[in-house]
Write a protein that binds this ligand. Sequence first.
Ligand SMILES: [Mg+2]
Length: 270
Amino acid sequence: MKLADLFDCLLLDLDGVVYIGDAPTPGAGETIKRLRDDGKSVIFITNDPKRTAHGYSERLRGLGVETAPEDIITSGMALAHHIKSAHGDVGGMKAYVVGSGSLKKEIGLTGLSVIEGEEAYHADFVIVGGHPDFHYNELKTATIAVRNGAHFFATNRDPFYPSSEGLIPATGAILACIEVASGKTAVTVGKPESIMFEVALAEHLHRDKKRLVIIGDRLDTDIAGGKRAGIITILTLTGSTKREDIAGSDIKPDYVINDLRDLYKDAPGA
Ligand SMILES: [Mg+2]
């Protein structure tokens, strides 16, 4: 029996699992196509808030992996979902967003007005997601707003992510600056928090949870989050984690693969 035969629905992380920078991981496109040809659902679940689901859909298409936006869950979507369910009608309330244009758009869809400049010193919400244009002025505005009592949220705490140049700063690194300066700790929703999985499962409730698996490249987010949500976990070694890192961690994946092609190798113990 192949490892893939154990599952009907596969939740795949993106960075470090499907691609690194602009390059797909070995066999990613062919394996995803084969999984779908075999009748399996493939859902992408990413902590990276830089793009909307539509943006990720385009990116995947560029790598030869046709995917509908409905099959992509981002931490920005999970955060928007969480704010709506935790705070109800936020119409008329104001948010200062440290993040990409995509994240600002996602937050705007909740009904919050996204504001900038000195007006943002009195925002009701400060929302943080990593983006490559992070500037001292964003750190300053977010710090003042949080110190003035804004609700403080971030998409995730990933400290870094794999790129073609090596491991580079992610949302967690930017968030740490604002937390240090404001003296407050943000509420996060991305993996390993269960909210991310709840949103994924709510969107795809017809899928059988028992035959569900998450495939990720980080122990502290993908694997820890999957375990917390009661989902089987597979660590792939194509991204942030090396095989020797597993021994030093309390978080143990159910399976370890070298890359996605290993899904079509014999399942251990099968
Ligand atoms: Mg990853």
